[in-house]
Design a protein around this ligand. Structure first.
Ligand code: ADP
Length: 480
């Protein structure tokens, strides 16, 4: 049971591990078995204010530490993750359900984000812009924004925090983070790791509890200068509205509805591999999962046959079992949502060619499912599925595919399989998405700016852009 090594059951506030003020806690269970694995503080407004005060107190000295000291702490944090990847991955699987292979990948990419931002901050250059007068200089410099509030979801409980902690801590910001209630342990583990490698007290504060109370405390406090959120578009919109009162910077990684387009000239085997990883990773619970698979008529039958054969081979089960590729869904409401979307589609003429019901492994498990003859009138053409249901649509022309792909309020990630360079450049211009995977179904990487357009969000995570969000630009006019 190595996963208990970093399994903290208290809040980290100002360098102390503490219970909620009223001593209350709530249980956390393993979605694969329903077994309660522990309990964490049911904190609210007051605890959040203490955490914000601790972060504010830590900011002046942390933000002015010699750069290489901050960078050194991040390097140690990276190494601590890599040294403990097995126990951290197990903890992630036990609270979230994903396979050990995927959980290990998540810990490794989290470590990579920390290293990336430790590197990027050393190139955080300002500018001296030519002024019109000879005895004037225009200095443009960048400064940490201050205290940052972070609210993270349950689908990637470790790496979603990594993409926020990395740039914040590199820039010199201090942090108040709230992990999702379904999966608080991987978030709290970041606190334990930061403590272990020597971040000063108050730099990283992490607390669990009521989303509304903690969220409101973060949003209403003028000391918090930036809020970064990953989660649903619905909650993101609420947070954007609340940010107005104190004019906070916001970064929002919200929902998606990814189109996955396969053209007649595609390498079909590659497209099937891409569809598998894009659709079924994390049991379909990622915001970049293929939500609508559009296949051109000339390769439709061939694609469906191969996709079905590959999907039928997937091993479903408890993420801790060797060889398991798909774990449970996070909870019963996630299962019910998939069922609702499936029955809506079948009622409107979709054909189930694989799966279609709860899996015999247990009530939170759902069979990897493929439906064909999908149409734009079905609910999943507008809504995020967040489960292992793959709808396949048929199309005839490039224009038709692009039109259908863009017919959504979301604009996070899109995918297309084709070998025509001209078409690739047309897709680059016309797809209204923050990210486009060409001949690849897995494109998240630390070097690239992850983020959406339209109602999928604001700001970028990763790439050099991921650091900008944690910095304010200051202009100094200098006469001499
Ligand atoms: P999902 O459950 O799909 O990940 P949510 O947007 O519901 O998306 O949750 C993402 C994170 O936002 C979680 O940490 C959750 O507890 C938090 N959250 C939910 N509602 C609110 C709210 N009203 N204010 C602040 N945070 C919230």
């Amino acid at each position: 049971m190595t996963y208990t090594k970093f399994m903290k059951q208290e809040n980290l506030i100002n360098g102390e591990w503490v219970h909620a003020d009223n001593g209350k806690s709530f249980n956390v269970s393993n979605p694969a078995t329903g077994e309660i694995i522990g309990s964490v503080p049911a904190s609210g407004y007051d605890e959040t204010q203490k955490a914000i005060a601790a972060a504010a107190a830590a900011f002046p000295s942390y933000s002015t530490k010699p750069l290489l000291e901050r960078v050194g702490l991040l390097w140690k944090l990276h190494d601590a993750l890599m040294d403990n990847q097995k126990s951290l991955a197990e903890l992630l699987t036990v609270e979230q359900g994903k396979s050990i292979t995927e959980a290990t990948g998540e810990i490794i990419i989290g470590a990579a984000y920390i290293r990336w931002f430790a590197e990027e901050i050393r190139r955080n250059k300002g500018e001296i812009v030519p002024a019109s007068a000879p005895d004037r200089r225009i200095l443009v410099t960048k400064h940490p924004v201050g205290v940052v509030g972070m609210i993270t979801p349950w689908n990637f409980p470790s790496s979603m925090l990594a993409r926020k902690l990395g740039p914040a801590l590199a820039a010199g910001c201090t942090v108040v983070a709230k992990p999702a209630s379904a999966t608080p342990y991987s978030g709290l583990a970041w606190g334990a790791l930061c403590e272990e490698v020597g971040f000063p007290k108050g730099v990283v504060n992490i607390l669990t509890g009521s989303a509304r109370e903690i969220g409101n405390a973060i949003m209403s406090n003028p000391v918090v200068r930036k809020v970064t959120f990953t989660g649903s578009t619905e909650v993101g919109k609420e947070l954007i509205k609340k940010s107005a009162d104190t004019v906070k910077k916001v970064s929002m990684e919200l929902g998606g509805n990814a189109p996955f387009i396969v053209f007649n000239d595609a390498d079909i085997d590659k497209a099937v591999d891409g569809a598998m990883v894009s659709k079924f990773r994390n049991s379909g619970q990622t915001c970049v999962c293929a939500n609508r698979i559009y296949v051109q008529s000339g390769v439709y039958e061939k694609f469906v046959t191969k996709f079905k054969d590959a999907t039928a081979k997937m091993k479903v089960g408890d993420g801790r079992e060797a060889g398991v590729e798909q774990g449970p869904l996070i909870d019963m409401s996630a299962v019910e949502k998939v069922e609702e979307l499936l029955s809506d589609a079948v009622g409107k003429g979709a054909k189930v060619v694989l799966g279609g019901k709860r899996h015999e492994k247990g009530e939170t498990f759902f069979e990897p499912t493929i439906v064909t003859d999908a149409t734009q009138s079905m609910r999943f053409s507008k809504e995020e599925i967040f489960g292992p249901l793959a709808p396949v649509f048929k199309f005839e022309t490039e224009d038709e595919a692009i039109k259908m792909a863009n017919d959504t309020d979301f604009g996070l990630c899109s995918y297309a399989y084709t070998r025509d360079v001209g078409r690739i450049m047309r897709l680059n211009s016309k797809l209204e998405y923050g990210m486009i995977g060409i001949n690849s179904g897995l494109i998240t990487t630390v070097e690239a700016p992850f983020g959406g357009v339209k109602e999928s969000g604001l700001g970028k995570e990763g790439g050099s852009q991921g650091l900008e969000d944690y910095l304010d630009t200051k202009y100094t006019a200098l006469d001499f």
